[in-house]
Design a protein around this ligand. Structure first.
Ligand code: URA
Length: 307
């Protein structure tokens, strides 16, 4: 709980400094909040920061120096923003962890921005919901999938369809709950399938590049101990490369210093239904459990050993 207005301002300042330290030049503030901030005097002297020359975070900076005026980005800055992160580019090191309150504020602000995103105009036009992510923002574990399907688009929540039900069972078999971990996707809108009543498609590189900055910010805020990439597209989005998931699964990778476990996508497990694939995804989860120090019972060790 925030105890005072000063604490709220400190949390906001902490978050803004983190954003600026990682190179963000602008934040979007809606009209209502902007009017509120102006009333406090916090925006005095605020301006658009020069985009060309990244500046280091200044620990003496005040909120009024960091917040930039809400302005519609120019078409050129929009297109630059949507291509600012090419797939597999090495991301900057993770920023310092946020306080619990600052995390809540930062995630709410990020969510609001994602929900209003129209970088991929075709997906913004076809979607029912932006599927932002769900779960515990203090979780040690963060599962990352590819993109929402039809069920997720309707519900506005990731992994609620058949593959999602399997993911939920896997999480519960680990002794956890779905609400206790964080679940997100590389792409937050359902990849459209014009002219088709059903079916899914892999997101394009452009869609992935446009959306990954949101996931990066989610990871920065949550700072999980372990990331789990569900399937090849999730792995590609996070660390690049195009190796088949069958050769990458079970082998620890690193995303900005965070251990990353690649494993099969639950929908692949459902499609194949072989004991071997079930055993392999489960072995990957046992590895994850070991890494974060979760207790592992004899029963859990024995799952999928025999038909
Ligand atoms: N598959 C994914 O990769 N993500 C979802 O949210 C649902 C299905």
């Amino acid at each position: 709980m925030l105890h005072s207005y000063q604490e709220l301002l400190d949390s906001l300042l902490n978050h803004l400094q983190t954003l600026r330290a990682k190179g963000d030049r602008f934040i979007i503030v809606d009209q209502e909040n902007w009017a509120g901030l102006r009333a406090t005097g916090a925006t005095r002297g605020s301006r658009r920061l020069p985009a060309a020359k990244p500046r280091q975070a200044d620990s003496r900076a005040t909120a009024s120096q960091i917040i930039s005026a809400p302005a519609e980005p120019s078409p050129s800055s929009k297109s630059q923003a949507s291509h600012e992160r090419s797939l597999g580019a090495i991301p900057e090191p993770a920023p310092p962890p946020l306080t619990a309150n600052a995390k809540v504020i930062a995630m709410a602000e990020l969510r609001a921005r994602a929900l209003g995103c129209s970088k991929c105009a075709h997906l913004a036009a076809s979607r029912q919901h932006v599927v932002f992510g769900t779960g515990n923002i203090d979780s040690a574990l963060m599962f990352v999938g590819e993109a929402p399907g039809a069920d997720e688009d309707v519900a506005g929540e990731p992994f609620v369809g058949r593959a999602g039900q399997l993911l939920t069972r896997i999480i519960e078999t680990m002794g956890l709950t779905r609400a206790g971990v964080y679940i997100g996707n590389i792409v937050k809108c359902r990849p459209d399938t014009p002219g088709q009543a059903f079916g899914n498609r892999k997101p394009t590189n452009e869609e992935m590049s446009a959306c990954i900055p949101f996931l990066e910010e989610q990871i920065n805020i949550i700072q999980p101990k372990v990331l789990i990439a569900l399937g090849r597209t999730a792995l590609e989005g996070l660390i690049g490369g195009s190796a088949p998931i069958s050769t990458m699964r079970g082998r620890w990778q690193s995303y900005r210093g965070i251990p990353l476990m690649p494993t099969y996508h639950p929908s692949y497990v459902m499609r194949t239904q072989t004991l071997e694939i079930k055993r392999e995804i489960w072995m990957d989860m046992l590895e994850v459990m070991r890494r974060v120090g979760l207790p592992i019972s004899e029963k859990q060790l024995g799952f999928f050993l025999k038909a």
